[in-house]
Design a protein around this ligand. Structure first.
Ligand code: N01
Length: 545
């Protein structure tokens, strides 16, 4: 029985509920808890997977671990953090799953989650003012409010290489890795893609496989993780500071414990700059990215300084000159930090080993996947036992375009967003009354620590629903004008930065044919929260009925 965790009515053919939430990751669980337990709404979650955890349910590839240090990547709910301790500063996927088991113990979420339940269509019925949501297995739910909490990586991306289906060895997309693991001992492994995922898979499998060959189109400008073991005692001791830590994280640009420093790169002398870079480098994690000079992501000359420091440090770790020039070229492949840097532990040392290799697929693109391996445009054919596809996602918009959402006129969201993305506040859409989403398009999403984004948006959604109830509003809908203005704001904020100049999934540039546009709000968490709160005060940008 796939539905073992639910209460009976969770799986009813006709579900009636106040709020239907799609997705049981950080966002969905937070919303369920706040709406159900604090405000008394009847809520259900529909979840396509078999467990809580969202991305940490799907991502169990070798080496999957979070790139944000404890205690930032977790809920600020005291009920949850009070009795929870981590074993490592940057926890791995299995520990994150244990965290969600602990969340379940504290919040009793699962009784209101229908697992194995994939939404295939949803439309607001204007006569009843309710959402009608259908599932793949034919059930129907009616809900006053629909909240999409599906994350930014709900739709996988597979490049359309010739012969992709013909490979006779093992082939897995990173987000569909066998849960019980794959034995790579003695195997020749190919990893295609060098985003956060590809770097982690390559680094981990290289410890056991006979060889690992990475197919790299763009170098990942990885930062040293500086992993550390954590003791229960030191965490208990630190917990007195947690309320302040969680308050503070909402005051920083990216929802972390640190923020950009209010100084410009070139205002410092070369020695001062070197000293600051060295300090950030030694601290490890995202500090070199997000706790550096405030102009690093805005000014090319400032950015060059960061890149040159990165290249100097990284090149020194690679002894093979050919690999060094591919993995950490002297000439900047893109402005530093405008693609997501991965945190690594020994990625460069692993790839430097003679049995492992890196293929520059910008120079020699993949032409074909054959029964036994991969052929590149220079005619070289390499044989493998296992191919790991770390080719990413139709990020941010792909998931919501793929769940059969239609506006009140019957126009699919996939059509509305075909030429670009329109939303208001990165949480609502014109034509989709009483629908909210979080950790998606035009919100802080990729420029924020996940749980911080989820809490700032989740709290706003909860307050918006509570305000509707209090004021007797049966239908809340963003106006077209508000959407146009929000899109312009998202674009303008981004255009001040260096992000638009780089082809990345932040810009929708990783999927052929997808419109190139900034998909994330680049104004930082505090400004975002202020804008959203102002809008809520008097329903600015909304029509209410
Ligand atoms: O996906 P990606 P991801 N030929 O899109 C390459 C989060 N995350 O799964 O850069 C050759 O970043 C593509 O090349 P290029 C995190 O926010 C977090 O790695 O487009 N290569 C790229 O190298 C992250 O940013 C964590 O030139 C092709 C790779 O595939 C986000 O999820 C861990 C290709 C895709 O990288 C997504 O990460 C994992 C082609 N045709 C993920 N098409 C942690 O917190 C694509 N590529 C640790």
């Amino acid at each position: 029985n796939p539905h073992v965790f639910g209460t009976t009515d969770t799986y009813a053919d006709n579900l009636e509920t106040d709020v239907l939430i799609v997705g049981a990751g950080f966002g969905g669980v937070y919303l369920l808890h706040r709406l159900r337990d604090e405000l008394g709404f009847k809520c259900k979650i529909y979840e396509a997977g078999k467990e809580l955890g969202g991305i940490w349910h799907w991502n169990c590839y070798p080496g999957a671990r979070v790139d944000t240090g404890v205690p930032i990547y977790e809920y600020s709910l005291e009920k949850v953090w009070k009795d929870w301790t981590w074993t490592e500063k940057y926890p791995g996927w299995s520990e994150l799953r244990k965290y969600f088991a602990h969340v379940e113990q504290q919040l009793d979420v699962k009784k209101d989650v229908a697992f194995d339940t994939r939404v295939v269509s949803a439309q607001f019925d204007t006569s009843s003012s309710k959402w009608v949501v259908r599932t793949e297995d034919g059930r129907t739910a009616h809900a006053r409010y629909l909240i999409n909490a599906i994350g930014f990586a709900a739709k996988r991306h597979f490049p359309d290489w010739k012969g992709l289906d013909s490979f006779k060895g093992e082939m897995y997309h990173s987000s569909f890795w066998p849960e019980h693991g794959v034995d790579v001992k003695g195997k020749h492994v190919a990893v295609i893609g060098t985003g956060s995922t590809g770097v982690q898979i390559a680094q981990e499998t290289a410890k056991e496989a006979s060889s690992v060959t990475v197919f790299q189109r763009t170098p990942n400008l990885c930062l040293p993780m500086r992993q550390a073991k954590l003791t229960r005692e030191e965490q208990q001791e630190r917990k007195k500071d947690y309320p302040e830590i969680y308050r503070h994280r909402m005051t920083t640009f990216a929802g972390f414990q640190f923020d950009f420093i209010k100084r410009k790169t070139l205002d410092d002398s070369a020695e001062e700059r070197e000293a600051l870079f060295e300090k950030l480098w030694q601290a490890g994690g995202f500090e070199f990215w997000l706790a550096t000079y405030e102009d690093m992501l805005f000014d090319k000359a400032a950015n060059d300084e960061a890149y040159n420091f990165w290249a100097k440090k990284t090149r020194a770790r690679i002894s093979d000159p050919r690999k060094r020039d591919i993995l950490a070229p002297l000439k900047q492949p893109h402005t530093f930090g405008t693609k997501r840097p991965s945190l690594e532990q020994d990625y460069y040392e692993q790839l430097d080993k003679p049995q492992n290799d890196v293929v520059d697929v910008k120079a020699t693109p993949i032409e074909e996947i054959t029964e036994t391996g991969i052929t590149t445009s220079d005619g070289k054919h390499r044989e493998f036992d296992l191919i790991a596809l770390a080719t990413g996602f139709d990020s941010v918009t792909g998931g919501m375009k793929n769940m059969g959402l239609k506006d009140t006129d019957g126009v699919p969201l996939s059509e509305k967003w075909q030429m670009g993305t329109w939303s208001y506040l990165g949480m609502t859409c014109n034509g989709f009354p009483n629908m909210f989403f979080l950790y998606g398009a035009q919100g802080p999403t990729a420029f924020s620590n996940g749980p911080s984004c989820v809490e700032v948006q989740g709290d706003w959604i909860v307050d918006a629903i509570a305000k509707c109830k209090q004021e007797g509003v049966s239908r809340l809908e963003a106006t077209k004008d508000a959407e146009e203005e929000w899109r312009q704001k998202v674009t303008d904020l981004s255009n001040k930065t260096l992000f638009p100049g780089t082809s990345s999934w932040y810009m929708g540039a990783n999927v052929p044919g997808k419109p190139r546009e900034q998909l994330n709000y680049a104004g930082g968490i505090p400004l975002y929260e202020k804008e959203c709160r102002t809008a809520l005060e008097n329903w600015q940008g909304f029509v209410t009925v």
